[in-house]
Structure formats: structure tokens, C-alpha cells
Design a protein around this ligand. Structure first.
Ligand code: PMP
Length: 290
């Protein structure tokens, strides 16, 4: 992935993709002092760019560092890299991390870097498979207790268990893995939040020990706009037997129907389809009011 053509915004400069490198003694590489975002541009407009930039700044603060760019500067940098790469529909990956000045757990004064890449990434899951609903494995690992890890930050370190879980799921023939939380309740997938449907009501776990996704919040708003009842609550895995539909949400995954989670099966249905379509419409650039 590092040998592509294109441009990456790196500490205030646009640099050729292949030259956007870090040193092996980068603090982030050793101690996971890194936070990132994942977002999409549709028709040349980055969906909820400001919210993503705010979350990036917040994630860094939770990890005890301050990104040396404002939300407005990050937003402008994202737009610049998109334009330089000539992309209208693309995925953007801002990443901020501690540099290599000092080696050791403490690195109070290491330089904070920010880089932003963008590339075309049409569908997170295979499109043909997507309409049938993806198959999800149960993960071995759980989302950590908020008293054990900064669970609500979009921090690289928290993705270690996501990668292990997703690899295991893929080896077992699944598209993704569902993780429980530290108390054994349904939490989220390795890069997406999860929703269920029962009797016309949308159910989703309370995001108190995992990422409260921007897509998750958007879908909740879209559902409420349609008068669909949304229950944010604690969901035990056994309850999955009683849900008729299931889908996952994320900037990359968008709204993706689910056919199976472990031994539980679902039928992608009317409510999932409605919210998929509403989300597709919502992300399109809005015509400016006259
Ligand atoms: N949970 C995890 C672990 C994620 O990586 C993501 C993707 N950023 C999400 C949830 C969904 O978040 P969002 O809708 O903001 O992309």
C-alpha cells in the first residue's frame, strides 16, 4: 500500500505517496501513541468532516497529546489532499502520532505528527455479498473496561484486538467478528457498530465502552426522522435469537446488512433497506440553500 502514486498531506506539506515515511524508532510504533480517523467523501464533499476532525483532536487529547492543527486546518488539509489526488469519491485516513525524538514510555516532548491519505475504496465488503447480508463470527476478545483502556478514543492501540479478531474470523470464513464488551454484552464489530431490529424497533448497544460511531449517530437520527423507535440499551448475546434483522454501520462499512452472527441468523429486511437508502441519500452533498 506504500508504493502507490498520489499525494499524502504530511505535517503541512503535500508529499508524494511513496515518500510519506516514519523512522523505526517512532514512539507510536512501539507504544501505540497514535490516533486516526476513517471517513468518506461523496461527490467531492467529505461527509461530516468537522465531526471527524473534532473526534481526532479528542482522541489525541485522551491519549495525552495535542494535535498542532485546529479543526478548521484539519478540514482544509483533508480537502486539499482530496483535490490534489483528483478524487471525488474516496476514503480519507487522517492519522496523528508521537514522533521519534525520545525513546521510552515517556515521550512528553516528542513531535506530534499529522498525516492525511486518501484513496478510492468503493465498498468495504464484497458488493454481491453485501445484499445477501454478511456473515459475522463471534470474537474471542472483548472490548476493554473503560477503567482499563481509553475505550472511547479512536486509538490505534485498541485495534490490536480488532485485527486479531478479524483475522481469526476471516480464517474461519466470516467477513467480520462481533465483540462483546468486558461485561459480556454485545458491543461492536472490529470496525463498525451494530444494530438489530425487532417488531419495527431499532436496538443498539449503549456506546459507553466502544466507539460511538458517527455513522451510528447518523443512522439513529435518520431512524428517528422516520418515526422509528430507537432503543439504545444493554443487549445480551442470547437476545440475538429474538431479532429479525441486523446491520452494521461505519464510515467505511456504511450500512451493511448482516445474515449471521455466530449461530444466530437474520434476514436483511425492509427496515435495513430503508436505512441503507436513507444513509446513501444523506451522505450526498447537499445543494446550497439559495
Ligand atoms: N467501531 C469501530 C471499532 C470502528 O473502527 C469504527 C469505524 N471508525 C466504528 C465503530 C464506526 O465509527 P464511524 O461510524 O464513526 O466510522
Amino acid at each position: 500500500f506504500d508504493q502507490r502514486d498520489g499525494w499524502i498531506w504530511y505535517d503541512g506539506q503535500l508529499v508524494p505517496w511513496k515518500d510519506a515515511k516514519v523512522h523505526v524508532l517512532t514512539h507510536a510504533l512501539h507504544y501505540a501513541s497514535s490516533v486516526f480517523e476513517g471517513e468518506r467523501a461523496y461527490g467531492g464533499t467529505i461527509f461530516k468532516s468537522i465531526e471527524h476532525a473534532e473526534r481526532l483532536k479528542k482522541s489525541a487529547q485522551i491519549l495525552d497529546f495535542e494535535i498542532p492543527y485546529s479543526v478548521a486546518e484539519i478540514d482544509a488539509a483533508k480537502r486539499l489532499v482530496l483535490e490534489k489526488n483528483g478524487q471525488r469519491d474516496a476514503y480519507l485516513r487522517p492519522v496523528a502520532w508521537r514522533g521519534s525524538e525520545m525513546m521510552g514510555v515517556s515521550a512528553q516532548h516528542n513531535k506530534i505528527h499529522l498525516a492525511i491519505a486518501s484513496w478510492e475504496w468503493p465498498s468495504y465488503f464484497d458488493p454481491a455479498q453485501k445484499m445477501k447480508g454478511i456473515r459475522i463470527d463471534m470474537a474471542e476478545y472483548r472490548r476493554p473496561d473503560p477503567a482499563t483502556a481509553p475505550s472511547t478514543a479512536k486509538a490505534a492501540g485498541l485495534y490490536m484486538i480488532c485485527t486479531i479478531s478479524k483475522h481469526r474470523a476471516e480464517r474461519r470464513g466470516y467477513a467480520d467478528a462481533l465483540m462483546l464488551d468486558w461485561q459480556g454484552r454485545v458491543a461492536e464489530c472490529t470496525g463498525a457498530n451494530v444494530f438489530f431490529v425487532k417488531d419495527g424497533v431499532l436496538h443498539t448497544p449503549i456506546a459507553d465502552c466502544f466507539l460511538d460511531g458517527i455513522t451510528r449517530r447518523t443512522v439513529i437520527d435518520l431512524a428517528k426522522r422516520r418515526g422509528i423507535e430507537v432503543a439504545e440499551r444493554r443487549i445480551m448475546p442470547e437476545e440475538m435469537a429474538g431479532f429479525s434483522e441486523c446491520f452494521i454501520t461505519g464510515s467505511a462499512a456504511e450500512v451493511t446488512p448482516v445474515a449471521e452472527v455466530g449461530s444466530y441468523t437474520f434476514k436483511p429486511g425492509a427496515l435495513t433497506k430503508t436505512l441503507m437508502e436513507d444513509y446513501e441519500a444523506e451522505v450526498q452533498p447537499k445543494a446550497k440553500a439559495a
